[in-house]
Design a protein around this ligand. Structure first.
Ligand SMILES: [Zn+2]
Length: 216
């Protein structure tokens, strides 16, 4: 038996299935109830926008239920705030837990801001900039999503924006991670935030990792 800890903090060895999300891109992945997975900041100060939708059994597979999704409003209601602790849940708009936070080396995240979106960049005079909204729509396209306007309000992992402030405070260090347990079958979308203005994301957008198949 070797070190069986999944990719995570500093010197831990990678096990499970590690998917590297290239800087400023997205990734979608399916998890079953009871599965554990991690979002890992490989280089530090990189925000990851995260969303999830419930899936339903269908024939021998599943279909995505776009009507039931991770909801930051429902989650804030249950938390009586916007700061989830280890052991607490993220909720859907059907008022059911979809994910539980089971480990968190950072404990600083945001659930008040929307994803960055194309018009945010065009209004700043930047054409064709990648965005979290379009990243998530891009990776959710094979699951049936049509437009980035269908992307729900995200859980902004590693985003340090207390009291709705927008300053490049940063929160995570290289190797930091948050680990979730799925409370229901779902498909998750994660976007390595491409926002490279005003020194956000450490001033340089960098790769992050998703580790699935973690043995709890
Ligand atoms: Zn973004």
């Amino acid at each position: 038996m070797g070190d069986t800890k999944p990719l995570g903090h500093r010197s831990e060895t990678a096990t499970g299935n590690t998917h590297i999300i290239p800087a400023a891109h997205g990734h979608a992945f399916v998890v079953k109830k009871g599965d554990h997975f991690r979002i890992v900041d490989l280089y530090g100060e990189q925000v990851v926008d995260f969303a999830a939708w419930a899936t339903r059994p269908k024939n021998f597979g599943y279909s995505v239920d776009f009507t039931e999704k991770l909801s930051m409003a429902y989650t804030r209601y249950h938390l009586s705030g916007a700061t989830p602790a280890v052991g607490e849940y993220l909720w859907t708009n059907k008022d059911e837990p979809i994910l539980q936070i089971v480990a968190d080396t950072v404990k600083v995240h945001d659930m008040t801001f929307m994803s960055c979106f194309p018009e945010m960049y065009t209004k700043k005079g930047i054409q064709g900039h990648r965005s979290c909204a379009t990243n998530m729509a891009e990776v959710m396209l094979p699951y049936g999503m049509g437009s980035y306007l269908e992307v729900t309000d995200p859980f902004n992992i590693f985003q340090n924006t207390p009291n709705y402030s927008l300053k490049p405070l940063g929160s995570s260090k290289p190797g930091d991670y948050i680990e979730f347990k799925a409370m229901k079958d779902c498909v998750c979308a994660a976007s390595c935030c491409p926002y490279d203005l005003d020194l956000f994301n450490g001033g340089k957008v960098t790769d992050v990792a998703v580790v699935t198949g973690i043995k709890s």
